[in-house]
Design a protein around this ligand. Structure first.
Ligand SMILES: [Zn+2]
Length: 103
């Protein structure tokens, strides 16, 4: 049986978070931090917004997984559904940026 030690991939000192979509553990720096602002989930791009955060891979597939699992209300400890369109818009923008060919 494999024991879950304190040292995971990335070694000591690398904070890890679990993606609320696919539940994969990844270095915090590679995940998008999300916070709740009233009924909306917004990306905390500078990591400065106060309050409880949730972590998500910056991928639409993980956002969709999180929505399907109703992971956001659970992560933010609220009973009702949350609007994730600000996160979706951000991810779609990023996707388009990476698709754009440099001139
Ligand atoms: Zn993920």
């Amino acid at each position: 049986m494999r024991q879950r030690g304190k040292l995971e991939y990335g070694g000591p000192g690398v904070p890890q978070r679990t993606c609320v979509g696919c539940r994969g553990r990844t270095a915090k720096s590679e995940l998008l931090r999300l916070v709740r602002v009233e009924g909306h989930v917004v990306p905390d791009l500078r990591g400065r917004l106060p309050g409880r955060g949730a972590s998500l891979h910056p991928a639409l597939s993980c956002l969709e997984l999180a929505e399907r699992r109703r992971a956001f209300p659970r992560a933010f400890r609220v009973p009702g559904p949350l609007d994730v369109s600000p996160v979706r818009a951000h991810l779609e923008e990023e996707t388009h940026m990476s698709c754009r060919t440099p001139s």
